[in-house]
Structures are given as C-alpha cells and as structure tokens.
Design a protein around this ligand. Structure first.
Ligand code: DC
Length: 231
C-alpha cells in the first residue's frame, strides 16, 4: 500500500481517535490508536499485580515487557487491540486502566518498545496514527501533523458521553479529575512529553461537527498530496 503518514496528537478526549478513524476510512489508510497500546500494557501490569494501591512496580514491568504481545485486528469495520491473543479493546477503557495509564506511559523502556512496534506497523505507508508523541517522536518526518485541541468542558462532556454510550456508569467530576491528571502527567513527563511539533497544524474542534473536522483535515491532506504529486 502507498500513501502518506498522518500524525494526530493532542490532549486526552479531544476526539483524536474519532478523527483519525474518519480520515483513515476516507483514504483507505491504516488507523492505529497508539493510546490503546499504552492502555494494554497498563492492563498487563494490573493483571500481573505490578500496580498495587496506585503504586507501579516499574522495574518488574520492564523485566516482563517481552511477555507483552500486542496486535490490532479489524472487526466489523473497527480496529480492536489484542493483548496476548485476548481482545481487550473494551477492558482497557474502564476500571483501573485509565487511572494508571499515564504512569505506565512515563517509562522509557515501555515507550521504546511501543514506538518500535508503531514504526513497524507503518512501514508500508498510508497510515493515520493518533497519540501524544506521534509527530514529535514516532514519525518526525510525517507528511502531515495535526495537533488537536478542544475546550476542557467539551472534552469532559465528550468522554463522559462516550462512557455512558458504552453502558459504563461514570461520575462527570471523576471523568474531569482523571482527564486533568492525565493531561498534567502526559505533558510534564521527561520521556517524550506531549507537545505540538513545530510543523504541526492546530485544529480546535470545540465548535466543529465530525463532518466539519473531517472536511478540515481532507483539505490539508489534499494540499500535501498535490505538493507531492500524489493526487
Ligand atoms: O489516547 P488515550 O487517551 O487512549 O491514551 C492513553 C494514555 O496513553 C495517555 O494518557 C498517554 C499515553 N499515550 C502516550 O503517552 N503516548 C501515545 N502516543 C499515546 C498515548
């Protein structure tokens, strides 16, 4: 497959994955939710007793990283993540995973392993990947980098509705606390902190519909394709 690499970064619950899926579908590109990979490693740590009372045993997790096998599989048009051959796509969105994932994502060895896997997945081109370090670290040469933002109120409401739609009961104050805590850890950690790549374009989708944001991105993609004689 050919095509460009599109990197989508931003804070939690900005709608990055929704946007990345829309764009991938439009162009027939592969979509990779890199956050799902950090979440699956966090689930592995929880399953193996490596996080207790909110304390992460980083050195044991690093020792066991070779036992973490991740892959994505397309099911009914949706990409789902498998941890050691078990579909954990739903499990990683609830329970203790959201409360601990940012801690796990600070570990250098975890990041090195996942970044390598992310680069391998994209080796054939035609990819849309969303996360926190995609434009800065994973694909610094991506042809298009988008940094997505939205107001705090919009993000909290979106994440809360998303959970409710999945039948997961959530307290909106708890959703807000979790988002703000993750934003803080993700943007202040030493390893690959969340920041806008210098050459990224900013998309504030607070007031946009899904269709509006897709059109916004399509027009940027078309500019890139024309400039590279790929259209
Ligand atoms: O996108 P998400 O909310 O599913 O991501 C979950 C966590 O994983 C997020 O708090 C930070 C981390 N993450 C990261 O550090 N780097 C990425 N490329 C993607 C996610």
């Amino acid at each position: 497959m050919s095509g460009i690499t599109i990197a989508i970064d931003g804070f939690s619950a900005c709608g990055k994955s929704t946007l990345a899926k829309q764009v991938a579908k439009h162009y027939g590109y592969i979509f990779i939710d890199s956050g799902a990979m950090y979440r699956a490693v966090t689930l592995f740590a929880l399953q193996n007793g490596l996080i207790e009372n909110g304390e992460l045993n980083s050195s044991h997790l690093i020792d066991k990283l070779n036992n973490v096998k991740l892959r994505f599989e397309e099911k009914e048009g949706y990409s789902r993540i498998f941890l050691n051959e078990v579909d954990v796509e739903d499990e990683i969105r609830q329970g203790e995973v959201p409360n601990n994932v940012s801690k796990v994502a600070t570990i250098k060895e975890v990041r090195e392993k996942l970044v390598e896997e992310q680069r391998n997945m994209a080796s054939s081109g035609g990819i849309v990947m969303d996360g926190r370090d995609i434009g800065t670290v994973v694909f610094p040469d991506a042809e298009l980098k988008i940094f997505v933002t939205a107001s705090k109120e919009v993000r909290v409401t979106r994440r809360w509705k998303e959970l409710m739609d999945k039948g997961i009961q959530a307290d909106i104050k708890e959703v807000e606390r979790n988002l703000l805590e993750r934003d803080l850890i993700d943007s202040t950690r030493l390893e690959s902190p969340l920041r806008k790549a210098e050459d990224a374009v900013v998309l504030d989708n607070s007031e946009m519909t899904r269709q509006d944001q897709l059109q916004w991105v399509i027009s940027r993609v078309e500019d890139v394709l024309v400039s590279k004689n790929l259209s």
